[in-house]
Design a protein around this ligand. Structure first.
Ligand code: ZN
Ligand code: ZN
Length: 366
């Protein structure tokens, strides 16, 4: 009899070894050992902490990938830096290992790839995996995340988590310094930056869509109380429902920032160095997940799609649009919310996510 893993028990072990992004050394060793104990072909991905497990069928068929993330979040508690699994990635790793244990010997067609991805929280894990070529041959990719109690009730699931695109913008404002008694000889970078904040606030996109841009940092200081400052910095956090809206917002912000500064005799530039794409799902594949949830647990356990937050999972689809992608949410009663140091949830409900993974794989590869 092949060994069947209990996701709740694995999660409790993983919870005791939280590791930060790209430092998931113990976690990846644990995953490798658990996969190899099942007789599954598995290896570390390049020189990253990612792990890939492969179960091959004997007949031709598609390549399907299940993906979990493994990293914990940094916190400072009582003055001490530490890592805590506050986003439930311990639960995701456990769900995928449990699904793997149920699928040994049951993949008939095609290939099942089990991806244990590092560094989701820093949105650098998925791009690193893409660079290593892990999705090059993949036709279908399926991921999941536990949901906070506010999104999905405990014991229920949603077929699609509608993550928004997110981007950080850094605005650099240049004015001209002057003695505070002669402000007319300078260009006050604080005045410029305030006008820029107002100009950006006046940008509108389609109000039926979900979008926001808000200033999150504002710095200006000449070093003296009696000197007009010559520079300022503003940071923005931007969220949009689609990647198209993100492109539109970035273009409009660039015009507002540059032109506003120029109107008052200064200069300003804007950069968008951090970006995470929005969820793009294939409706037929997402519907299959919804049907699977209903088949496994009944129609009353399926709730509408939830949203919010970002996920580097969406780099996969962005990189390979021909690949079908879906990503469901598992209501495990996570409280008070994801990314809270005290986040806790009912890990016995992880088995629902395992059921969905198992059944989805058998539909395509069984
Ligand atoms: Zn997170
Ligand atoms: Zn997460």
């Amino acid at each position: 009899m092949p060994q069947i893993y209990d996701a709740a028990l694995l999660r409790r072990e993983l919870h005791e070894m939280p590791e930060l992004a790209m430092q998931e050394v113990k976690t990846s060793a644990y995953v490798l050992e658990k996969l190899q104990a099942l007789g599954i072909e598995a290896h570390r991905i390049g020189d990253t902490t990612g792990v890939l497990g492969i179960i091959r069928g004997t007949e031709p068929g598609p390549v399907m990938m299940l993906r979990a993330d493994m990293d914990a979040l940094p916190f400072t508690i009582d003055g001490k830096d530490c890592a805590i699994h506050a986003c439930g990635h311990d639960g995701h790793t456990a769900m995928l290992l449990a699904a793997a244990s149920r699928l040994v010997g049951r993949v008939k067609r095609g290939t099942l790839k089990l991806l244990f991805q590092p560094a989701e929280e820093k949105i650098i894990g998925a791009p690193a995996m893409i660079k290593e070529g892990v999705i090059d041959d993949v036709d279908l990719i399926l991921g999941a995340h536990i949901r906070p109690i506010q999104d999905v009730p405990a014991g229920k699931l949603c077929a699609g988590v509608r993550h928004t695109a997110s981007s950080t913008a850094f605005v650099t404002v240049k004015g001209r310094g002057a003695h505070a008694s002669r402000p007319h000889l300078g260009v006050n970078s604080i005045d410029l930056a305030c006008e820029i904040v107002n100009a950006v606030q006046a940008i509108w996109l389609d109000p039926r869509a979900i979008w926001s841009m808000k200033a999150t940092q504002f710095h200006a200081d000449s070093g003296a109380t009696n000197t007009v400052p010559d520079n300022a910095r503003i940071t923005y956090d931007i969220r949009t429902e689609t990647n198209e809206l993100m492109a539109e917002i970035q273009e409009k912000m660039k015009a507002a920032v540059e032109n506003t500064a120029r109107a008052f005799g200064g200069e300003a530039t804007i950069e968008f160095p951090e970006y995470c794409p929005a969820a793009v799902y294939d409706e037929d594949f997402r519907q299959e997940v919804a049907d699977t949830i209903v088949e496994c647990f009944g129609a009353d356990k399926l709730v509408g799609d939830c949203g919010g937050g970002g996920e580097d999972f969406h780099f996969y689809k962005l990189h390979k649009p021909s690949m079908k992608a879906a990503y469901f949410g598992v209501g495990v009663g996570a409280e008070p919310g994801l990314h809270a140091a005290t986040m806790h949830f009912d890990d016995t409900l992880l088995s629902m996510g395992v059921d969905v993974f198992e059944k989805m794989v058998l539909k395509h590869l069984g």
